[in-house]
Write a protein that binds this ligand. Structure first.
Ligand SMILES: Cc1cc2nc3c(=O)[nH]c(=O)nc-3n(C[C@H](O)[C@H](O)[C@H](O)COP(=O)(O)OP(=O)(O)OC[C@H]3O[C@@H](n4cnc5c(N)ncnc54)[C@H](O)[C@@H]3O)c2cc1C
Length: 288
């Protein structure tokens, strides 16, 4: 049981991890080893205090070094769901389940909107996790809607289990696979439907019919991530202390709303960590 689980390794998650570690908490930092695609893609950051005119990639490296210096490790897992269990949280990842007394969500904001039908058929023909669900589609047909080139690895893995895989990239970069049973189909995804016990991914010019549609994005919408959490569109509703509608659950960074900025994310990560520390202290006081 960790004291604080931090979900997301962008500026908000890194800042929360540094502050929580500084306050001697047992933390779990879940996300990507390369921290944040958004920050690495920032050509030049001109408004980050103390680091004038820094390239995004250098900012990522500086944050990575800072984590290393503090002895903070990243657990490279994508979180699928977070369940409030009353006194603690269960954090479901693709490969493992973790438990923590409090959680800070710093997942950044999900790019684009959910597709019509995506939420309705989630768990009934739509999935967000190849590792979790691939075995259910052994010998069947599967479609993967990949929002970034790193999802190609998941699709390649799926070819070892499914009979046939259709891969729809939601990006311009060239795609190539070594497996023979995967077909790359270009097109704009419009909707997901169910028909005759099959899942149908509707593109602008054609439909792909298969047994399952895997929608693979970098981030999951907050409502999907934490059942019952109060949200405002794509954002999580928070107070000034970064608390959410669920006791012990905090949020920081782009996921709490605009402006989408590094410095704002770092500040909120700091506040969220300190609020989580206070929450844990109160919890101990209340124990008989
Ligand atoms: C091209 C570009 C240029 C920019 N330039 C500037 C600038 O000059 N100045 C500035 O202040 N801001 C700039 N920004 C904005 C800035 O990058 C963001 O505001 C900042 O990265 C937000 O930090 P964050 O920690 O909230 O989220 P992110 O940086 O988006 O990080 C979130 C992390 O969480 C991970 N994650 C998501 N879901 C899960 C999950 N379920 N499980 C595990 N991990 C998960 C993601 O993979 C990601 O690594 C720019 C953004 C872009 C795209």
């Amino acid at each position: 049981m960790y004291d604080i689980a931090i979900v997301g390794t962008g500026p908000a998650g890194v800042s929360a991890a540094l502050t929580a570690k500084n306050r001697n908490k047992d933390i779990l930092l879940l996300g990507r080893k390369d921290l944040s695609e958004k920050v690495s893609k920032s050509h030049r950051v001109l408004n980050y205090p103390g680091l004038p005119d820094i390239a995004g990639e250098d900012l990522v490296k500086a944050m990575r070094d800072h984590l290393d210096q503090m002895g903070i490790e990243i657990t490279a897992e994508k979180v699928i769901s977070i369940y409030a269990m009353g006194d603690y949280f269960a954090i479901q990842c693709a490969r493992e389940m973790f438990e923590a007394s409090s959680v800070i969500i710093a997942t950044g904001v999900m790019p684009g909107k959910m597709l019509p039908g995506e939420e309705e058929y989630l768990g009934r023909g739509v999935s967000y996790c190849v590792t979790c669900d691939a075995a259910l589609y052994k010998g069947k047909e599967a479609t993967v809607l990949g929002y970034s080139p790193k999802e190609e690895e998941e699709a390649e893995f799926l070819t070892e289990i499914a009979n046939r895989v259709y891969y729809v990239p939601v990006y311009q970069e060239e795609v190539s696979f070594s497996a023979a049973n995967i077909e790359v189909i270009r097109g704009a995804a419009k909707e997901i439907k169910r028909r005759d016990d099959k899942s149908v991914l509707v593109l602008d010019k054609q439909e792909i019919v298969s047994d399952i549609v895997f929608v693979l994005r970098d981030a999951v919408s907050p409502g999907q991530l934490v059942p019952g959490l109060e949200t405002e569109g794509a954002h999580i509703k928070t107070g000034r202390d970064m608390s959410t509608s669920i006791s012990g659950l905090f949020a920081a960074g782009d996921i709490t709303g605009t402006p989408y900025q590094d410095a704002k994310s770092v500040g909120e990560g700091n506040v969220a960590a300190l609020s989580a520390v206070s929450y844990l202290a109160q919890k101990v006081k209340k124990q008989p």
